[in-house]
Structures are given as C-alpha cells and as structure tokens.
Design a protein around this ligand. Structure first.
Ligand code: UTP
Length: 293
C-alpha cells in the first residue's frame, strides 16, 4: 500500500510532464580494459561488426522515443562528434554508388535527433559524469545509456523503450538489472528490494561493487537508467565513494530512501562490451543474428 501511495502521488505531481525526451551518454571514461586500442580512440567508437557501439546506443534511445541526445565527453573523444556529423568528402565520393546505403542508418539518426556535447574535464566517476551533463538535460527526466553495455532484444522493444513505458506508468527513477553469477558480482552495483511484480522490484538498498559475501542479492545494475532530475541536487551532495569516484549508485540509493526507485528486469540480451570477452560475444551474436551484409 505504501508503494502504491508513493507511486500514485508521483504520478499526480508529474502528470503534466512529458514523456522521456532526453538521454545522456557518458562517454568520458578511459576504457583502460581495451588498451592499447583505446589510447587515442574512444572505446565507444569500437565497431561491433560494422557499427560503433555509440551508434547502437543512440539508436536504442531513438527507438525509445528520445530525440535529444546529450554526450558527456572527454579528451580523445572527438571522433564521436564527427560520427554524428556530415563527412562531406566521403559523401561526395560515394554519392550515387551502392555504398551510399551503408550510411542510411546514421543519416536516419542525424535527421531525427539533435546532438549536444559537454566535457568532463576530470574523470571522477559515473556520478560526476552525469552531474556534468546537467546543463544538457535541465529540469527533465532523462535516460542514461552506457554504450559499452550493448543491449539487444530480438523479440520486441529495446531495453530503454521498455523502461520508458514503465516510467510513463510510475514516474520515478528506474534502473535496469539482471542476474549475474556470484563471481562477477564485485564488478557491479547490486540492489536489494521488494518485488512488486515478476519483473519490477522496489529498491531498498544498493551497494557499489560489493564483495560476493556482502552482496545483498545477485541482481546487478547494468548501463541503463531513467533518472528524475532531483538526482542532480543529490549528486552535488554525494561524496566520492567506492574507488574514490562519485558513484551514481550512492545517489540513487538516496533517492530510494527519500521516495521510490524501481529496478526492472529487462527483456533481451546484454553484452559487456567494456570487457574483451563480452565484446567478442557481442560481435559473434550480431554477426550471426543481425548482420545483413
Ligand atoms: P567504466 O568504468 O565501465 O568505463 O564506466 P571506463 O572507465 O571507460 O572503462 P575501464 O574500466 O577503464 O576499461 C562506465 C561508463 O561511465 C563512463 C564511461 O565512459 C563508461 O561509459 N564514465 C566513467 C565517464 O563518462 N566518466 C567517468 O569519470 C567514469
């Protein structure tokens, strides 16, 4: 009953707000697990078969109804801006040839969406990166997509679209979770909570990168979030946590304690493309199941 009360009062409060329109892509990290490949190239530009990770991420957001894309970038990341812009020489070179259709997916994104950028000068963690993106999203709910988690749902809407539908219903912060093996739990933020349906859990606790004996469950937060804008004031007050970084997990736990945060067990496959084995798995999956040549 308490849950329903909180949820319905959130709906009343925010009934006039629009659906999810904005998305942040924190892409400032160093990508050290892929050195030397990422020494001067953004890890988000690494191609899974024929498309860079960041394009999959932006396509997922566009398919969730988002048109306003904001990137928190850093040094060595300029290739991302160039990817979402016109390359006149190339366009002229291939105009009228069969190769032109290879640009159709990126052209579609560029005509449907706007792209804005801000720089994170010091890499002080994901929470700090999201706070840096405040000027791009303003006082609006927004999605956060970590491009190195490639999510593919072959049977229906993408993960952010699934979460956006839930957000329209509940109007509170939502994190995507999946079960991970015990020996991998130390890599993730991990939740505890009360199930309100098969796939939805009300979060009561969240721990960043716990030792397996301290993990409150085996449900790990993956790189998809929908955040309500009160997260920014909370992030401003959030001190550095695990590994000396400002952790988004800590700020979301504060939100959960002040109101309601939901964890959503999404439908689809997630590949950890920030790690070499996950990247190889994603490449094989896309090549075998999605690549059209
Ligand atoms: P990761 O820790 O997975 O990315 O951060 P990383 O630091 O680039 O990778 P490794 O561990 O060194 O290989 C998760 C996401 O948060 C972004 C990263 O770009 C990645 O998308 N991030 C992280 C930032 O934008 N800024 C930060 O200060 C930290």
């Amino acid at each position: 009953m308490v849950i329903l009360h909180i949820i319905s009062s959130n709906i009343d409060k925010e009934a006039t707000q629009l659906m999810l329109k904005k998305c942040l892509f924190p892409v400032a990290g160093y990508g050290t697990r892929f050195l030397p490949a990422t020494k001067s190239m953004p890890k988000e530009m690494m191609p899974v078969v024929d498309k860079p990770l960041i394009q999959y991420a932006v396509e997922e957001a566009m398919n969730a109804g988002v048109a306003d894309m904001g990137f928190v970038t850093g040094r060595t990341k300029r290739a991302i801006e160039d990817h979402f812009d016109i390359n006149y020489e190339l366009e002229k070179e291939i105009a009228g040839s069969g190769k032109e259709q290879r640009l159709s997916s990126i052209r579609e994104l560029m005509s449907a969406c706007t792209f804005n950028y801000t720089r994170q000068h010091e890499m002080k963690g994901l929470g700090h990166a999201i706070l840096t993106g405040r000027s791009l999203v303003g006082d609006n709910p927004f999605g956060v997509v970590l491009a190195d988690d490639l999510c593919i749902n072959p049977e229906g809407p993408g993960v952010l679209a699934q979460m956006a539908a839930l957000f329209n219903q509940f109007r509170c912060t939502i994190v995507a979770v999946e079960e991970v093996p015990e020996d991998e739990i130390h890599k993730y933020g991990v939740i505890a909570g009360e199930a309100i349906s098969d796939n939805i859990i009300r979060v009561t606790d969240m721990v960043e990168k716990p030792a397996k004996e301290d993990a409150p469950s085996n449900l790990a937060v993956i790189g998809r979030y929908i955040l309500t804008p009160d997260i920014f004031d909370i992030l401003e007050q959030t001190p550095p946590g695990k590994n000396g970084e400002v952790q988004i997990t800590d700020a979301i736990l504060t939100q959960a304690q002040q109101g309601c945060v939901l964890a959503y067990r999404f439908k689809g496959n997630r590949f950890d493309c920030g790690s070499v084995p996950g990247f190889i798995d994603a490449t094989n999956y896309v090549y075998q199941n999605l690549f059209k040549g």
